[in-house]
Ligand binder design. Structure first.
Ligand code: MG
Ligand code: MG
Length: 273
């Protein structure tokens, strides 16, 4: 039995603590993959590593079998934005960038998070875009407070992306509610109008996930039915955290140890590392 506000699942503090446990598994998987990314590694090898970390924790990879998706991660390289299928044929090369999206369900609660990682030495223009994408996620997360509105999140994300070098802000995909399912109401646009849209309430949990591009924001889906690429072939980045809205501020449910300084700098509470 779950509470709802404006059609959105509301979690108790105890349920938020359980979601942190699920988020911690995702965090561990992404930490493992970040350390494993190097030239010569295939995206299928990364997928196997993620699945092992998730299952060793007693959790289940939530992507596997989701609408028929074959992997435990989405592995999207260079001009691939999201939903890349892990493959033995996709071997990482020096200078690539890879977006890794990972989800796990533990005791019925979901975590969902993504990072973009440079393979070996990255091009400075890619690193800069990755930084802007990640920072736009933090700016969006900062809006996750009771009384704020969905439009405030999208506005903050879009303002940061377009105001820091004019990167493309992908519009066809966005964040979402998360809890007893990976994808729940509401859809969270990465652009929006301040003060507009659904009012945020304590106990809502949202995945915030901006996608930025070096060129135009237009994307298209490949014939494999999954992989989303930029239409102009320029590179893209994707960062995501699952976050709980509380009276004390946002709790980053999928926080990794490497986020500790940033979370402290943002002034967010983080009761459970
Ligand atoms: Mg995700
Ligand atoms: Mg997501």
């Amino acid at each position: 039995m779950f509470g709802k506000a404006n059609g959105v699942q509301i979690k108790t503090p105890e349920q938020i603590a359980l979601m942190r446990e699920a988020g911690r598994v995702v965090a561990r998987a992404l930490d493992t993959l970040r350390a494993a990314v190097r030239p010569g590694v295939s995206t299928l090898e990364l997928d196997a590593l993620a699945e092992k970390v998730i299952r060793d924790a007693g959790a289940t990879p939530s992507f596997k079998g989701y609408h028929g998706f074959p992997g435990s991660i989405c592995a999207s390289v260079n001009e691939e934005v999201v939903h890349g299928i892990p493959s033995a044929d996709r071997v990482l090369a020096e200078g690539d960038i890879i977006s890794i999206d990972c989800g796990a369900v533990l005791a019925g609660w979901h975590g969902d998070s993504a990072i973009t990682v440079a393979v070996g030495e990255a091009r400075p223009e890619d690193l800069r875009m990755m930084e802007v994408c990640e920072e736009s996620m933090w700016q969006g997360i900062a809006e996750l407070r009771p009384g704020k509105r969905l439009g405030d999140i999208g506005h903050a994300i879009d303002r940061h992306i377009s105001g820091n070098g004019g990167y493309g802000n992908v519009r066809e995909y966005g964040g979402h509610g998360i809890g007893t399912e990976m994808h729940m109401e509401p859809h969270v646009l990465n652009h929006g109008r301040r003060g507009k849209g659904l009012k945020l309430v304590e106990g809502m949990c949202l995945a915030i996930e901006p996608m930025t591009t070096l060129g135009h924001h237009d994307v298209l889906q490949l014939d494999d039915g999954w992989t989303v690429v930029t239409r102009d072939g320029r590179r893209a980045a994707h960062f995501e955290h699952s976050v709980a809205i509380t009276a004390d501020g946002p709790i980053v449910l999928t926080a990794r140890e490497s986020d500790r300084d940033k979370i402290s700098q943002m002034g967010f509470v983080q009761p459970a590392w």
